[in-house]
Design a protein around this ligand. Structure first.
Ligand code: NDP
Ligand code: OXD
Length: 309
């Protein structure tokens, strides 16, 4: 049994020992030293080169090194019929919720303003609401959205979520589809994007949707850079319609030197670290799926390529 490991951002040194310890019979081949491509059974990848997966003629299963699979589905030569699974790891889910809570509290408690005041030596008390008086909307009612929603609700925030299908989970308020989106936006003083990037969600954070938020609202995008129309964000910030944005993901990563987001006073930039893949907890989950495949059992977290997530 052979597995190809290819990540454009992660080092194999973090993965190989974990995989070898848990499944010694699995031969791990690190791109580009892959040997005979026909011998590869499994591919564990993050942003594989276009055509790489198609070159593996006996590939049985594609495993994403992340929760998102847009980096795999973007390959125009993606082999059809090879199942794809994504990574759902409670460790990452908790990390994402920590990030979302940190940023929601930062915006809720007007931390950007107090930073500026400190730099200028200004002692000024701003009006402050409690969490129960602050509406937070989460785009995405999935693994990440639900955990963050539950925890924000636990802090007292007035939370609602949005998904494709109508859902209810643990008393989280939910809106769905095209009809539900304007309702969620209209009530979200802080909007958090935790959607997968698909043909339908590409550019969803744009001039028209951002204009539906209450005046002075703030945005957190921890999903994908492709969700945001960057020029539209700059325009709504300039107009004062939006008060701030926290961005963890970008159309071009790393965010290019000189990009206007770097030094924008109302934008917080983090380098795609909201929920990094964690080999000690992720490797057992990944290998569980390989064992399931070998045993002919249902896979965990299968992806529907037609749906895009
Ligand atoms: P899930 O698949 O569990 O959830 C996706 C949610 O998005 C579902 O609720 C789904 O609706 C909803 N959705 C999908 N398409 C649409 C649409 N067209 N309209 C409305 N709702 C839609 O994904 P996760 O929560 O696990 O992850 C979400 C994303 O977070 C990942 O795809 C990835 O891009 C990003 N991410 C970012 C990280 C970072 O470090 N910055 C780390 C990990 C993930 P429904 O419930 O109806 O299916
Ligand atoms: C992911 C990510 O999709 O880290 O897991 O962005």
């Amino acid at each position: 049994m052979a597995l190809l490991f290819r990540s454009s951002v992660d080092s194999e040194a973090r993965w190989k020992p974990q995989l070898a310890r848990l499944m010694p019979e699995l031969e791990v081949r690190i791109w580009p030293e892959i040997g005979d491509p026909a011998e590869i059974d499994y591919a564990l990848v993050w942003r594989p080169e276009a055509g790489l997966l198609a070159s593996l003629s006996n590939l049985k299963l594609i495993l994403s090194l992340g929760a998102g699979v847009d980096h795999i589905l973007a390959d125009p030569q993606l082999p059809c019929g090879v199942p794809i699974v994504r990574l759902v790891d409670p460790y990452m889910t908790e990390a994402m919720s920590e990030y979302v809570i940190l940023q929601v509290l930062r915006l809720h408690r007007q931390d950007l303003d107090y930073r500026v005041h400190q730099e200028k030596g200004i002692w000024l008390e701003l009006d402050q609401k409690n969490a129960a008086e602050r509406t937070v909307g989460i785009l995405g009612f999935g693994e990440l959205g639900q955990d963050a929603g539950r925890k924000l609700k636990g802090l007292g925030f007035d939370v609602a979520l949005w998904g494709r299908r109508q859902r209810t989970a643990e008393a989280l308020r939910g809106y769905a589809g095209g009809a539900g989106l304007p309702v969620l936006l209209d009530r979200s003083e802080i909007l958090v994007c935790l959607l997968p990037l698909t043909a339908e969600t590409e550019g969803i954070l744009n001039a028209s949707t951002l204009a539906m938020l209450p005046k002075g609202a703030a945005l957190i995008n921890a999903a994908r850079g492709g969700h945001l129309v960057e020029e539209d964000l700059l325009a709504v910030l300039a107009s004062g319609r939006l008060s701030a944005a926290v961005l963890d993901v970008f159309r071009d990563e790393p965010l290019p030197v000189g990009h206007p987001f770097w030094h924008h006073p109302r934008i917080v930039v983090t380098p795609h670290i909201a929920a990094a893949t964690h080999p000690p907890t992720a490797a057992p989950i990944i290998l569980d799926n390989i064992r399931r495949f070998e045993a002919g059992q249902p896979l965990l977290n299968p992806v529907d390529p037609a749906q895009g997530y």
